[in-house]
Design a protein around this ligand. Structure first.
Ligand SMILES: Cc1cc2nc3c(=O)[nH]c(=O)nc-3n(C[C@H](O)[C@H](O)[C@H](O)COP(=O)(O)O)c2cc1C
Length: 154
């Protein structure tokens, strides 16, 4: 077996789990920490280097919204996957910095009036809201799928 280059990263990915927004409080990330989280959020695979996503930061809460761009070779699905990777990177980065983090959508992420209020154009989609804060209570893990149920070999 290869030696892990960043063993802590593997440990983090093995234990990371979401924290419910109601189980978080102040403080959120400092400006420098938020910059780190956003930098890591922008460091994701992105076919065609389209940067098909962008971030809006509100006081304490980071919200992500995605907009795909017509492209002859990169279908919207791939651009949306990239937006998902970006959101997940931010959840992971916030966790690594010691914060609680959770990626949520909810009905309001799909409501046209809400999207209009947030200034999303007709062709833009909201990938979700990344809630980041300080954990107020320990959270238990949840059951995970058995690999035997989700892995097949071709
Ligand atoms: C795109 C996306 C949207 C989500 N929206 C919601 C939501 O609206 N409400 C909710 O309770 N959970 C939602 N979740 C699930 C939370 O993120 C959930 O708590 C998470 O799956 C817990 O996984 P973890 O234990 O691996 O962190 C969403 C997850 C994803 C990927």
């Amino acid at each position: 077996m290869k030696e892990s280059v960043v063993p802590d990263a593997i440990e983090l990915l093995k234990i990371r789990r979401s924290v419910k927004p109601r189980e978080m409080s102040e403080p959120g990330p400092s400006p420098a920490e938020l910059e780190t989280i956003l930098t890591i959020g922008a460091r994701v695979p992105d076919h065609g280097k389209l940067t098909p996503w962008r971030f809006i930061v509100f006081e304490g809460d980071a919200r992500v919204r995605a907009f795909t761009k017509p492209h002859p070779k990169v279908p919207p699905w791939e651009q949306e996957l990239s937006a998902g990777a970006s959101a997940m990177n931010m959840v992971t980065a916030a966790t690594a910095l010691g914060y609680g983090a959770c990626w949520l959508t909810g009905w309001f992420a799909f409501d046209r009036d809400v999207l209009d209020g947030l200034g999303l154009k007709a062709d833009e989609k909201l990938a979700g809201f990344i809630h980041i804060g300080t954990k107020t209570k320990p959270n238990e893990d949840r059951p995970r799928p058995a690999l035997s149920d989700i892995v097949t070999r071709f």
